[in-house]
Structure formats: C-alpha cells, structure tokens
Design a protein around this ligand. Structure first.
Ligand SMILES: [Zn+2]
Length: 320
C-alpha cells in the first residue's frame, strides 16, 4: 500500500542505458490499479479493467494473484488507499510495452524486428487476446515493405511454426511459392534441428500439394479458362489444341515450378520464342490480350493455392 507506486518513476539523470530504456518503456495509464511486472523487472501501472476485458487468461491470473494478496493484507484494518496488486509475467518489458499500446486506446507501437513481432503475436495468442491479435495483424498488414515478402518468407515461416502461429505460417508458406524451392540448398542455410526438419518437410509437402493441384487443374484450364483471344493468337508453332506452343509450355512449366508464375518469366519465355522463330506473328501481342491471359493465369494459380489452404485448414481443425 503506497501512493508512490502510482507516481511516475523518479527521474534521475540518465546514467546508463538501463535508465533510458526504463523511461522509454514507461507506461502509466490514468486510473491504474494493478502493476504488471516483466521478466526483466519493468513495471507497468495499468487499470485492471482493460486487461481483464482483453484476456480471459490474464483475468484468471489477476484474480488468483488478487485473492492471494487479500490474504496477505488481512491485517490491514483500513480499506483505503487501495493496494496495487503486482502480477508477474514471463514476457520482457519491451514485449509487454508493445502489447499494452495495443490494448489501450493509444497509438500502437509494434516492435521493429520480425522476430519480435512474431513474439508479440505469440504472446497475444497465449493470453487468448483475440481482438488484440486482429489489431496486430491489421497493423502488420499496413506495413511497407510487407512483413512477409520473398526475402523474409522462410525466416517468418520457421519462426511462426515454432511459435504456433498457424495463420502467419500459412501466409509465409504461400510467399515461398514465389521462390525456387530447392530443399538441398536450404539445408545449408538453416540452423538444422529436429524441429526445423519437421517444418521444412511440412513446407516441402505444401509445395508438392500446390504442384499436384496445378497439374490436375491444367486440362480444365486449357479447355475452359484460357481466353479465346489467346487460343486465336496466330503463331507458327501451335499445339494440337491450336494454342501457341510456347504459351502452353510456359503454363505447363508453372505446374512443376510455381515460382515461374511471374511476369518477367513470362516475358522471357516470349522473348525466347521470338528469337527461335524469326518473324513469328506473336512478336506483336496486344497489351490487352496479355492482361487477359495474365488475369486468367492468376485465377488458375490462386484457385489451386486456395484449395490447398482450405484442405490444410480442415486438417488443422480436425487435428486440434
Ligand atoms: Zn509464335
């Protein structure tokens, strides 16, 4: 029982980095009646109501701690001022600080590295803070450059798997489709553990499912979804279905290596054909026709990815 707990920390001249970081992490919301203490001893004074409403897990924990504190304070005859209950949490001060900026109606502060952001998501998931999870994901989605992009996809995928963040693992796995998937190359790059091996195998299976899906959808795509304007393109080398051979080969190549679904790869295939068959009429393909083709191809690839995602979700729900 003391009022000085509620007061802001005494500001002394910053003698060390510790003091500076303490001040950076300062969080003192009006009406605070509990203290959350991080594993590295940062204290956050907050109104209990916000915390218990955002997390059923913390609600229970705070209740347990409060009951224990009541017993300890039984000898105290006077009911006021209110004693602030201190709740010890295993998270770091930096993580808790970010989490609190998302719980309270203030500007959210996301950590700067992807590792820390995933850690924050994992903590919110652990405390069953559903609306906070949405809030974090919404904030991440507005980031530029995107949080999950080809350069970060493998790293985010493995960390998300490790943290049990299914949604992020699926999103990252999807972005890895834009990269050539050569397991042998990856083995050298990854810090290999038993778990990493299992996640890598999952990822490899995911790529395999996408390839299988694309292969089985290919005949339907050729027959029904490839725009007529593409089928009617005049070219000196055509398939039996009268589609320019190079376009058909390009589509087929995607079913074996989805990262080839990329405008630059398409233009490369086109350039190779023009070089091979001199003066082929395909040297002029109207831009609208190219757009129509790309739109149809996008729907073909997305369709296969979406079906794999749905099947994975079904498996995930069945297993949990
Ligand atoms: Zn041609």
């Amino acid at each position: 029982m003391s009022t000085d707990i509620i007061d802001p920390p005494v500001s002394e001249p910053p003698a060390s980095a510790e003091v500076t970081s303490e001040e950076t992490l300062h969080f003192d919301f009006p009406g605070s009646d509990i203290v959350l203490r991080s594993s590295d001893s940062h204290k956050f004074h907050v109104p209990k109501l916000y915390i218990v409403n955002s997390s059923p897990v913390l609600r229970e924990l705070i209740q347990t701690v409060s009951e224990t504190s009541d017993v300890a304070n039984n000898e105290e005859p006077e009911p006021l001022p209110v004693v602030e209950v201190t709740v010890e949490l295993p998270e770091s001060g930096a993580t808790l600080h970010s989490l609190l900026t998302l719980i309270f109606p203030i500007v959210p502060i996301l950590p700067s590295t992807s590792d820390e952001i995933l850690e924050l998501l994992a903590v919110a998931q652990k405390y069953q803070m559903d609306s906070i999870l949405d809030h974090i994901r919404g904030t991440i989605a507005r980031q530029h450059p995107p949080f999950i992009r080809p350069e970060t996809a493998f790293h985010v995928y493995f960390l998300a798997q490790k943290q049990g963040l299914h949604q992020e693992a699926v999103q990252a796995a999807r972005v890895t489709l834009r990269l050539p998937m050569v397991i042998e190359d990856m083995r050298d790059k990854l810090e290999f553990s038993e778990m990493t091996g299992a996640y890598l195998y999952e990822l490899w299976k995911y790529h395999e499912r996408i390839r299988t899906g694309l292969k089985s959808d290919l005949p339907m795509f050729r027959d029904f979804d490839l725009p007529m304007s593409v089928k009617n393109l005049i070219c000196r080398a055509r398939t039996d279905n009268s589609v320019p051979r190079w376009i058909d080969d390009y589509i087929e190549s995607i079913t074996g290596a989805p990262h080839l679904f990329d405008l630059v790869e398409f233009e490369d295939a086109w350039a190779r054909h023009i070089k091979e068959i001199r003066k082929c009429p395909c040297i002029d393909i109207p831009s609208q026709l190219r757009r129509d083709f790309w739109g149809a191809l996008t729907a073909f690839v997305d369709g296969a990815i979406e079906r794999v995602r749905e099947a994975a979700l079904t498996r995930h729900h069945r297993d949990n």
